[in-house]
Design a protein around this ligand. Structure first.
Ligand code: SF4
Length: 468
């Protein structure tokens, strides 16, 4: 059967979409290739959040097409994901070797289209139309069991976003908010737990808006909190995480859920973007600095170890020195556990792209460096404060940094490396933190507690390869 290589750019939502496509193809008898070399089908799952990500994918495709011209059987080349959605047929016009362009609501059609293209029933497919209930289609996972079985999994719960932040292209590439049903999501989580998964991350472009239309507020609880309660009830599951949320979505019900739901991990990702009210307004974020700080105080009151992480944009059009200083002072005040800092990049069709007073690139670079140094100092102090403490980790497998060691994550989402073995995979264990590196903790070999093993209920063949 033909082999397929999928290269993924961008966020966890794209990783999840790639996994769903890989699972579809595997179920049809295709093989997954660990690299593009020798693959019969090469798909690039693209990201549009920054111009750099788009240029990288386009340049990769040009290289693949160029290499294919010297091959007897060039691979079938395709784009999928956010850039495929926003650029559509233009991608196939600019690069005639591209025979498949698949939009974000058509991911589940990938296997049908690839079958048709390989069999010669179609020469080229461009499908970026909207499709009702496409949010229900991202549910297939790669089969895996035995020693290499995954302990954590992503579960797509909704697609799209209605917030329309002025810098963001996502509402144009992912469409309007559309949620899956709670029973459907719970069934998927149950299936994953039966395979040995013990932690799920609920995924969506703005997860805190889950079910706003479909699930009316019940006893003061939003649709998203109703979903968290339903997932909490899944037997055999240990931890629940979610991403990406919006600060506006952290109502009293969600803050209360952190104190009430034992499986909801003590980590709140709260994308702030700026510490300046002027910029927050121009970004159309829907909260003020004061409201944000109040939210952080309330969240930290629910748990002593509540980690708060964020996303920040530097160099948004019109960002003055004062605006930037407000961002620095907000970071000091919150003392974030981690922050992802983005240099502003104009995206076509977004309101911010035509705003006046763009910030010169050298100033963006300077502000980025200053903010990064501050975040590293704040985060390092947090990591150092854990040395000597005992933490609970869920062991995920061999360390990605050092294959002779194992790694797990704390409930507040910190990686801990320790000298474990395969028998620890999937267990909750308690380790003493010996030392802290940059965004990594190192655990004591003396494991203080090991739960009884909980093997996967179902056995599945090993996966051929992970989607790249
Ligand atoms: S809430 Fe997030 S996904 Fe939605 S428009 Fe704003 S930045 Fe983009």
């Amino acid at each position: 059967m033909p082999s397929v290589f999928i290269k993924t750019y961008g966020c966890q939502m794209n990783e999840r979409d790639s996994e769903a496509v890989a699972a579809q193809l595997l179920a049809r008898g295709y093989r997954l290739s660990p690299s593009e070399h020798g693959a019969d089908v090469v798909l690039l799952n693209t990201c549009s959040v920054r111009d750099f990500a788009e240029q990288k994918a386009i340049s990769k495709m040009q290289n693949l097409a160029g290499a294919g011209r010297h091959q007897d059987r060039p691979p079938l080349l395709g784009f999928m994901g956010c850039m495929a959605q926003s650029r559509g047929v233009q991608l196939a016009t600019d690069q005639p070797e591209v025979r498949l362009v698949l939009g974000t609501q058509k991911i589940h059609r990938a296997a049908d289209y690839i079958d048709d293209l390989l069999a010669g029933r179609q020469q080229q497919v461009v499908d970026t139309a909207e499709e009702a209930r496409s949010q229900d289609a991202i549910r297939d996972h790669l089969p895996a069991a035995g020693a290499g079985r995954p302990v954590t999994a992503f579960v797509s719960i909704m697609q799209g976003c209605n917030q329309h932040c002025t810098f963001c292209i996502v509402p144009f590439t992912r469409g309007e908010e559309r949620s899956r049903t709670i029973p459907d999501i719970v069934a998927e989580v149950n299936m994953l737990v039966s395979r040995g998964v013990r932690e799920v991350t609920l995924l969506g472009q703005i997860v805190t808006s889950f079910g706003r239309r479909e699930y009316p507020v019940l006893a003061g609880k939003s649709g998203f909190v109703q979903l968290l309660e339903a997932v909490q009830a899944v037997e055999g599951l240990d931890r629940i995480r979610f991403t990406s949320p919006h600060p506006k979505g952290y109502g009293e019900d969600l803050i209360g859920a952190f104190g009430r739901l034992s499986k909801l991990a003590e980590h709140a990702h709260l994308p702030v973007q700026s510490g300046s009210d002027t910029l927050l307004k121009r970004m159309h974020r829907g909260y003020t600095r004061e409201r944000y700080l109040d939210l952080v105080r309330k969240l930290r009151a629910t748990h002593e170890q509540m980690a708060v992480t964020t996303d920040i944009i530097v160099g948004f059009p019109g960002e003055t020195d004062e605006d930037f200083e407000r961002t620095l002072s907000l970071c000091e005040e919150v003392a974030f556990d981690q922050a992802y800092i983005f240099k502003y990049s104009p995206r076509r069709d977004t309101p911010a792209a035509s705003m006046p007073n763009p910030v010169p690139q050298d100033l963006i670079e300077e502000r980025h460096a200053r903010l990064l140094a501050l975040i590293n100092r704040l985060a390092s102090a947090k990591y150092q404060s854990l040395v000597g403490k005992t933490v609970e980790i869920l062991v995920e497998g061999p360390s990605r940094k050092n294959a002779t060691r194992f790694e797990g994550r704390t409930r507040d989402n910190r990686i801990v490396i320790f000298p474990g073995s395969e028998r620890h995979r999937g267990h909750l264990i308690r380790v003493r933190v010996e030392r802290a590196g940059a965004f990594t903790l190192y655990g004591d070999p003396a494991i203080l507690g090991l739960e009884p093993p909980r093997p996967a209920v179902s056995e599945f063949p090993e996966r051929d390869a992970l989607p790249a």
